[in-house]
Design a protein around this ligand. Structure first.
Ligand code: HEC
Length: 271
């Protein structure tokens, strides 16, 4: 049974890779696809891991290194007179709103007990569970009976110097002594069903990946409108190498490589 379970996880992993390389193969039998293959907890854990990788990559390799090249990142990045890219939290919100427009009923939200933006403050059950997360960094799962949604919360850790310095120095901050490694908040994920078929799982992971591509492309489109003469060159290079930004494809490719590694570690650890 355990063996079978590992195989199913592995084949899902391969399907994810396949979909990253241009599409899931046509379904042959609908029977196997309609089976419930994963619990909602497992799937939300997978997508949360993808999100960790994406978020850290964006924060470190784009925002952190980009700032060193003179690139700007701002809350008002969408305004015409602001020549800047999205902050990490707004990148995540962009992903969330793209998922909301997709047919996948997945909710994503980033909150905290000491937020920069008061609208991001946890309340009720989520505030209660966040206290536990702060203590042991373990994910928390519960069924939100008011909203009728299975809910999972994962620690959002200050994994880059940029997280700490920007929050501590922000004019609206409610806390000025964040340190590297602190649990600064949590991502909350919600889904209406308690289990997912392969097809639903692939669709969910695909919708997340598409969300990152959508918001990243919006950022690149903003750059096109910049008036300044030293716009970053968009191609295969990263800000670590100079005034460059990767294309959406290059960015997603790196996410896929990094998260495949993470997924592998997860699989090996699972036994
Ligand atoms: C350059 C500034 C900047 C950087 C870098 C940054 N943040 Fe934020 N962060 C913000 C701002 C501003 C908000 C509020 C955005 C909003 O919702 O309007 C925010 C929102 C958040 C929230 C939601 C609660 C709140 O404070 O409103 C969390 C949690 C969070 N950030 C954690 C992080 C982590 C972890 C990192 C690094 C991976 C990070 N931030 C990097 C500026 C930054």
């Amino acid at each position: 049974m355990k063996y079978f379970y590992k195989i199913t996880l592995l084949s899902l992993f391969m399907l994810t890779l396949l979909s990253a390389c241009g599409g899931v193969p046509e379904e042959k039998s609908t029977a196997s696809h309609s089976e419930k293959a994963f619990s909602v907890e497992e799937v939300l854990e997978m997508v949360a891991k993808e999100n960790d990788v994406t978020r850290t990559l964006y924060t470190k390799a784009i925002v952190g290194k980009g700032k060193a090249q003179g690139m700007k990142f701002d809350e008002d990045w969408r305004k015409d007179d602001v020549e800047a890219g999205p902050l990490p939290a707004l990148f995540l919100r962009g992903v969330a709103s793209s998922i909301r427009k997709s047919p996948v009923p997945l909710g994503l939200y980033l909150g905290s007990d000491f937020p920069v933006n008061a609208a991001n403050k946890f309340v009720g059950k989520q505030a209660e569970l966040f206290k536990k997360i702060k203590m042991n960094q373990k994910p928390q799962f519960f069924y939100d009976s008011d909203q009728k949604l299975h809910t999972a919360m994962f620690a959002d850790v200050a994994g880059a110097g940029a997280c700490v310095s920007c929050h501590n120095d922000h004019p609206q901050t409610t806390k000025t002594d964040w340190k590297l490694g602190d649990v600064m908040g949590a991502t909350t994920w919600q889904y209406p069903k308690d289990s997912l078929s392969y097809k639903e799982t692939i669709a969910l992971l695909g919708s997340y990946a598409q969300g990152t591509v959508d918001i990243y492309k919006e950022y690149l489109a903003e750059i096109e409108e910049f008036k300044k003469s030293d716009k970053p060159e968009i191609g295969s290079k990263w800000p670590a190498e100079g005034n460059y930004l990767p294309t959406a494809e290059v960015f997603l490719d790196s996410v896929k490589k990094l998260s495949s590694y993470e997924t592998m570690k997860h699989l090996v650890a699972k036994k």
